[in-house]
Write a protein that binds this ligand. Structure first.
Ligand code: ADP
Ligand code: ADP
Length: 258
């Protein structure tokens, strides 16, 4: 499936490519939710953290600049991230809709994203905020394990792999990320509060923000995310209730001919 089938939601025959941002502190569950949505709806999952880790692994110029900042829990400079993202957003898979995970993380990144998508006439449909308390984040990230090959994430207590230490999808040995130690987690949290909260407020001011409680179990959060996605689809559908109402009213006033 290449795009969300609106027939199931609005009764129209149109397909819609959704453009969504998942935003929240490290460990809120953005990657976990994004991988479900990617599989279910065929949306491109664009994680700046995964992209940067790949640059580090390949020892590219960007990777060499990013490595020590990532290990320290600091943000990689906006200019580097925006260059990387402007290339990524030109890839063909983006046309079928995308989920941004870990981007934007600063107000400058948020403004650049909105401006770029505006120029492309492909505005965002919604920004879904996964909200979670700091202490729960420390607990989650300390026991997070990730697959270095496919990016799938696990939690040793709440979401363990079937075979100890091995990815269910491809059998690769799971890793404990270098930045998932308590000291760096706390630095990342303070970076989130100082630099990423302002972009959340920016999206709120644009009327795009939908907030949900990320402390609920994974399936429950998934249900809430999908509810927001359906609402965003209906709102943006050409035959949404409000549009249907407006068209009907205009027709009754003789302002629409058919
Ligand atoms: P998490 O999943 O824990 O939120 P990520 O994998 O998204 O973390 O990011 C890991 C690190 O990569 C960040 O701590 C930061 O150093 C860097 N990074 C990722 N995305 C961005 C971004 N949009 N802007 C700046 N730095 C970023
Ligand atoms: P993010 O991408 O926001 O940094 P992840 O999706 O990597 O977060 O999740 C962080 C950790 O929390 C992982 O170990 C994951 O298995 C676990 N996790 C994710 N969502 C939930 C949830 N709703 N309840 C409990 N644990 C969760």
């Amino acid at each position: 499936m290449n795009a969300i089938d609106l027939r199931k939601v609005t009764g129209t025959a149109r397909l819609q490519a959704l453009r969504i941002v998942l935003i929240g502190p490290p460990g809120a569950g953005k990657g976990t939710q994004a991988s479900v949505l990617r599989e279910r709806y065929g949306l491109a999952h664009i994680s700046t953290g995964d992209m940067l880790r790949e640059e580090v692994r390949r020892e590219t110029a960007l990777g060499l600049q990013a490595r020590s900042l990532m290990a320290a829990g600091q943000l990689v400079p906006d200019t580097l991230i925006l260059d990387m993202m402007s290339q990524r957003l030109q890839q063909p898979d983006v046309a079928r809709g995308f989920l941004l995970d870990g981007f934007p993380r600063s107000r400058a990144q948020g403004q650049a994203l909105v401006a770029t998508l505006g120029q492309l006439k492909q505005p965002l449909h919604a920004v879904i905020q996964l909200d979670l308390e700091d202490e729960e984040i420390v607990r989650r990230l300390s026991l997070r394990r990730s697959c270095p090959s496919c990016g799938r994430v696990y939690h040793l207590q709440t979401n363990p792999p079937t075979l100890h230490g091995l990815c269910d999808s491809d059998g690769a040995a799971l890793q404990h990320r270098e930045d998932d130690n308590e000291q760096t987690i706390r630095t990342r949290l303070s970076v989130f509060h100082q630099q990423t909260r302002p972009v959340i407020e920016f999206f709120r001011s644009l009327g795009l923000l939908r907030t949900l409680d990320a402390s609920l179990p994974i399936e429950h959060v998934q249900h809430l995310v999908e509810r927001h996605l359906r609402a965003a689809m209906v709102r943006n559908s050409p035959l949404s209730t409000s549009r249907r109402f407006a068209v009907t009213r205009y027709r009754s006033l003789g302002k629409v001919s058919r």
